[in-house]
Design a protein around this ligand. Sequence first.
Ligand SMILES: Cc1cc2nc3c(=O)[nH]c(=O)nc-3n(C[C@H](O)[C@H](O)[C@H](O)COP(=O)(O)OP(=O)(O)OC[C@H]3O[C@@H](n4cnc5c(N)ncnc54)[C@H](O)[C@@H]3O)c2cc1C
Length: 423
Amino acid sequence: MALKGASLLRRWPSLLSRFPTGSFSQTTAANQSSLQAQTSLYTPDHVAIRETLRKIIDTEINPYVNQWEEAGQFPAHKVFKILGNAGLLGVNKPPEYGGMGLDFSYSIAVAEELGNIRCGGVPMAIGVQSDMATPALTRFGSDELKRQFLAPTIAGDVVVCLGVSEAGAGSDVASIKTTAVKKGDDYIINGSKMWTTSGCQADWMCLLANTSAGPPHRNKSLFCLPMKTPGVQVTKKIEKIGMKSSDTAQIFFEDVRVPSKYLIGEEGMGFTYQMLQFQEERMWGAANVLTTMENIIQETIDYTSQRKVFNQPVLHNQVVHFRLAELATEVELLRSLLYRAVAMYVEGNDVTKLASMAKLKAGRLARELSDSCLQFWGGMGFTNEVLVSRFYRDSRLLSIGAGADEVMLSIICKYMGTLPSKK
Ligand SMILES: Cc1cc2nc3c(=O)[nH]c(=O)nc-3n(C[C@H](O)[C@H](O)[C@H](O)COP(=O)(O)OP(=O)(O)OC[C@H]3O[C@@H](n4cnc5c(N)ncnc54)[C@H](O)[C@@H]3O)c2cc1C
């Protein structure tokens, strides 16, 4: 499954120029064994990629997160260019378009490491760029389309957003109303999208629209839509309780004309392509919260071991250290489930059921863990000063976005044969 270190670095020359081998290998050696000990999924190559990303997070991202959270937006073009230069926006994308040509487990390693960013909004936008808006284009797009849209996205030269949800259609993707009607060599797009992550900054959108009046699972198509096209209007930046550094837009389309060559793959296959794209998004989302949850447990241990109440550290209360032990166990269980799903996916299996279970569990555990840990911080947990309160707000989205918990349960029930069929 993995490339040997030397071949990885051959495909990834920017890594060597950015981080001289000396400093790179020292920190790698120190942390490799602990990271590898956690898992059977990761090789030294996965760990090397994580180490590289960690340095970027520590120097180029985390020092600015508070500022971006306050501003309600992070500079996506600037951050993505740094990540693109290091090759980190396309670890599992084809080398012909600037990717590293590795398998999906490397994307999961990146997602897990991104959990070290001290907010949820920035990693989410990175995930949209690398693993949510581009898998369908990578798999089904024409060479010309990939050169025009995928290559600059992997390089970090442009920002992409994903236009699936609408004001009247979120969980029920099949009921979207946006249309793309063929007229000569063009499609004319009318409608709107809601909740579009990075929509205020994006250069192009991976857009799902109805291209015929046929059955809802076979009448949809995916398009690459440049956001500067006349008729595209970003009308609103939505205010939210969390994910503050990620901008979320409402976007309208009025007689937007795109050439028919901007269609991704086959007309009518958009719903199927999007459902496939969701599988990676869901595993990515579960991986991304693992590290943050571990960081919060550790920071809660650190805080409660020095904070004294009734003449003893808060941590010495059995209810506190037992609860943290229980939560750490749950995180490990989620990790095992996720790694199994990823390993099977990399081997070409359908992992819809396991990926849905991992996404469901990740959303629920993130809520449970952030609530429990916040409690142990007392009043400090109720301030904006600490990671746990930000995670409490940000992670709430995981049970709603990319398919709500109830949607995951319906999928799992379908696979268990227990979902009543609609008459
Ligand atoms: C911050 C943020 C960023 C987002 N980014 C993007 C993006 O970049 N691109 C994009 O396309 N979308 C994005 N979304 C949209 C997100 O995917 C939707 O919010 C999500 O799919 C839920 O849709 P909805 O909000 O319309 O809720 P609804 O579909 O109205 O659902 C409401 C609730 O109904 C319940 N429910 C749903 N289905 C069932 C069921 N079968 N059985 C029982 N109960 C059920 C659930 O509790 C659900 O939360 C984003 C959303 C947010 C909040």
